[in-house]
Design a protein around this ligand. Structure first.
Ligand code: PEP
Ligand code: MG
Length: 574
């Protein structure tokens, strides 16, 4: 029977395909069949992952200081014991052989079985060991994700699949870049969560916050995903299906038409040039950015190089990634952000999660607690700087001390390269992200010492409105048009302008075509967004008169009634 579910569309367009349910909970993993001849290799891959985790745990045990509480060693021993148990280290091998599936899926099947047994146990102490089993399984999963395993070819069968998940992490979604799924939908999530942001870069329709999709949708049934409207239609009637097939073709034609704007300069009707840059997660995103007409990379979220692997990328590996981007951009500006790990992008799943991760040890805060790791990245960036036009961007700055410490560490990285006789561009500009309201209001903290600014509206709005950007239950409160948000943006553009410091916006607001004219009117001249949004935003810039948009935007700054503000925005865009 056909039914419709509504969620939040985070990436537009229409997909029609067969539902493929991916499993619920943190043990969310892809499932694919492997050829019979591949089973032994897949088992060996599993064994290697178990071995890696055993080494990690033994190393951890060896590094426990003498005075540490006894429970700490007991906890590591328990995890080693769970890992050694044949239920965990042997049974998945049998599953790989009998079902011819990937190692991750075999481990997940076995873990589900074990966890069910734990649920049935009466004894409270034993039942609590369930968490330990989950932690060990997660460690093995992580070790597996760092290995290059068998990948099903990105064939036509994949193009017909719509993944239906309870939740997906940004790290999960970035793996989809190696695949060609038609679409994915999730029960949880919100518009500016990193999961949604990466989804946009995949250029496939995607909907989050559907709440019960995974319960209601059945494996293999046909579903329509309308990412623009945020609607999923399961098991559609033939007429509905035909209607959406038509819309899908129209959407494709519209996109093709917009592609013709690729080489047209983004210039307003009154002749003012606007920079339209791209946000990327991985070096492979440069090609679509150039294809979309990007005149620079405004934000390279380097933390994605650190995800889905058991180890950290070393200096040389990072250098190669940065150099590739800088070289491929061929003299166009490339802004590389130092890693913004923490919050929803953890590299250590077993690290104790802060009570409020978004307010915790993330981005520059984390970098400053790990100077060695930070300097490795800074050296890699500086080394890449001589291959083009590169800038360094520091996320989440909040006070003058963080700015000073970051600059000192950059200086330290420069000196160490000098000592090693390695060349780099001595004039690499260093900028800061405006993401914390305190920094936006006391902007002098940043303009005094930095060369440029980039406004991260995703976090700025999250912190201004106290709305967790990953929590779908408060997603409706996330409002870029809130008068306070507009006032702070106007303040930042004006103050940076007076100080002669270039400012861009690289949060999702920059790629929202409904807000292009408003931002131009408020004084913004540099936008950075996912490549897919570039053509729409450019078209809007080409049709905008700043002489009209400026005064109109200033009038909007005086409005406080949300209804009136929305009506004014409609008039501005008419
Ligand atoms: C932002 O906060 O707006 C931003 C661009 O950074 P991220 O989305 O990666 O936190
Ligand atoms: Mg941010």
């Amino acid at each position: 029977m056909s039914f419709t579910i509504h969620g939040i569309g985070v990436s537009g367009g229409i997909a029609i395909g067969h539902a493929h349910l991916v499993s619920h909970t943190k043990l969310e993993v892809a499932h694919y069949d492997i050829p019979a001849g591949q089973a032994a290799d897949e088992s060996a891959r599993f064994d290697a992952a178990v071995g890696t985790v055993r080494d990690e745990l033994e190393q951890l045990r060896g590094s426990v200081p003498a005075g540490a509480p006894a429970e700490f060693c007991a906890f590591i021993d328990l995890h080693l014991m769970i890992l050694a148990d044949s239920m965990l280290s042997e049974a998945p091998r049998a599953i790989i052989a009998s079902r011819l599936c990937n190692a991750e899926w075999a481990l997940k099947m076995q873990a589900d079985e074990l966890l069910q047994q734990f649920d049935a146990i009466e004894d409270g102490y034993l039942r609590e060991r369930r968490t330990d089993v989950i932690q060990v399984v997660q460690r093995v999963m992580k070790a597996l994700s760092g290995q290059r395993g068998y990948m099903p070819p990105a064939g036509d069968s994949e193009r017909n699949l719509v993944l239906v998940a309870h939740d997906l992490s940004p790290a999960d979604v970035v793996l989809f870049k190696q695949h060609r799924f038609a679409s994915f939908v999730t029960d949880l999530g919100s518009v500016t969560s990193h999961t949604a942001i990466v989804a946009r870069s995949l250029n496939i329709p995607c909907i989050v916050a559907l709440h019960h999709a995974r319960q209601l949708i059945r494996e293999s049934e046909i579903i329509i995903v309308d990412g623009t409207q945020g609607v999923v239609i399961a098991d559609p009637d033939p007429q509905v299906l035909a209607e959406y097939q038509l819309r899908q073709r129209e959407f494709g034609l519209e996109r093709q038409k917009l592609r013709r704007l690729r080489d047209t300069p983004a210039r307003t009707l009154d002749g003012v040039d606007v920079e339209l840059h791209a946000n990327i997660e991985l070096p492979g995103d440069v090609a679509p950015a150039l294809d979309g007409g990007a005149t620079g990379i405004g934000l390279f979220r380097t933390e994605f190089l650190f995800l889905n692997r058991p180890d950290l990328p070393g200096e040389d590996e990072q250098f190669e990634a940065y150099r590739q981007v800088v070289e491929e951009m061929d003299g166009r500006p490339v802004t590389i952000r130092t890693y913004d790990l923490g919050a929803d992008k953890q590299i250590d799943d077993t690290a104790r999660l802060a009570t409020n991760p978004a307010l915790g040890l993330r981005a520059i805060r984390l970098c400053l607690t790990e100077p060695k790791r930070f300097i490795t990245q800074l050296r890699a960036m500086l080394r890449a700087s001589r291959y083009g036009r590169m800038k360094i961007l520091i996320p989440m700055l909040m006070n003058a001390s963080e700015v000073e410490q970051a600059l000192q560490l950059i200086e330290q990285a420069r000196r160490s390269l000098d000592d090693d006789g390695i060349a780099y561009d001595r004039d690499v500009p260093v900028g800061g992200m405006v993401e914390i309201p305190a920094a936006a209001l006391a902007l002098g903290l940043l303009t005094r010492r930095l060369d440029f600014l980039s406004v991260g509206t995703n976090d700025l709005i999250q912190y201004m409105l106290a709305v967790d950007r990953t929590d779908d239950t408060v997603a409706h409160l996330y409002d870029p048009l809130h008068p306070a948000v507009l006032a702070v943006l106007a303040h930042v553009f004006k103050t940076a302008g007076k100080a002669g410091i270039p400012v861009s916006v690289c949060g999702e607001m920059a790629g929202d075509v409904a807000l292009t004219r408003l931002l131009l009117g408020l004084g913004l001249r540099q936008f950075s967004m996912h490549s897919t949004h570039l053509p729409d935003v450019k078209q809007r810039v080409l049709k905008t008169s700043l002489a009209d948009a400026g005064p109109f935007a200033r009038r909007m700054l005086r409005a406080t009634d949300p209804g009136k503000l929305h009506a004014m925005l409609d008039r501005l865009n008419a």
